[in-house]
Design a protein around this ligand. Sequence first.
Ligand code: NAI
Ligand code: MG
Length: 354
Amino acid sequence: MKATITLLPGDGIGPEVGAEAEKLLLAVARQFGHEFTLQTGLIGGAAIDATGNPLPEETITLCKQSDAVFLGAVGGPKWSDPNAPVRPEQGLLKLRAELGVFANLRPVAPHPATAELAPLKPHLLHGIDMLFVRELTGGSYFGAKRREADAAVDECRYTVAEIERVTRRAAQLARGRRRKLTHVDKANVLETSRLWRSTVTRIMDSEYPDVAYEHVLVDAMAMHLLTRPSHFDVVLTENLFGDILTDEAAVLAGSMGLLPSASVGEGKVGLYEPIHGSAPDIAGKGIANPYASLLSVALLLRHSLGLEAEAAALEQAVSSAISDGVLTADLRKDHPASTAEAGNAVLQRLSALA
Ligand code: NAI
Ligand code: MG
């Protein structure tokens, strides 16, 4: 097939893990006989440095003209001055809104070998297979923000339509899995959560009677994630709660460097990115874990290009590299692999599978 894919490396380790994603896309095209046109754009701090704008118009155009977008990460101390007129993260938020990607899918299914390395008791990590569905284009990330003399306000607003569409997406995904959905909110305190709860209940009862669902308060969920993670299948939640809970879920997988994400909406362009940030503490050293990015490429192949066999082969290649102990410094202290070595190990295993 023919596809156009935009690469947005961004800042910090973004370009380092992005380079491995690019190599992999080229290898998939070669091995499986596809024609991928790759184009690169500016976003985040790199875009601010070059143009003053964290999301230049040119980047938006590139993304909208493509079938899918891969993003590394944005941000870093260089652009974190609280008085700066623009911030790198504004570029990413604007891109998500421009592409209308309201559902952020974050699968968490720890590999047995990395579960061993997680700081939790191994017996808690058996049988974990979750899919977080985080609402991505609403809530406090997009609400009105303002400063008052000695106060600050972040508005959290959700419409019924915004809740309905992401609930339907989560319920459809649950149908392809264990038909179980956990909706996470703070309905004992927040008005937006009460709207979420009644809307989720109505949609699930009327349209998805075959999918079991429950409502769980977010503070309790923070605990359940560590005490009985294997209980959960699809976890649906609003923007801020989803951001926080998925970093927590990364602990179950063993490292931030292992979790991919897919952001999708009604439009044709999907956005794929590792869940981690720009990791300024390790940037420039060639030691970042590229697996979250490579697994994000697998999600891109599956969700945007419909290439299920290629996606599955790639996931198997990453899994086999992990089983063989090809791990970066976040997961092994003795003889860790570099970013490029880990990426090459996946390429080798993929070529053996094609
Ligand atoms: P972070 O996710 O960048 O790093 C958290 C910790 O995980 C660090 O110790 C880092 O070294 C480690 N880590 C992350 N990814 C890794 C990888 N692939 N391999 C090995 N270790 C990895 O979060 P942090 O430090 O809170 O934020 C750093 C910057 O990234 C900030 O400017 C923040 O705004 C930005 N950020 C950007 C995101 C994005 O572009 N989607 C998401 C989260 C944060
Ligand atoms: Mg986050």
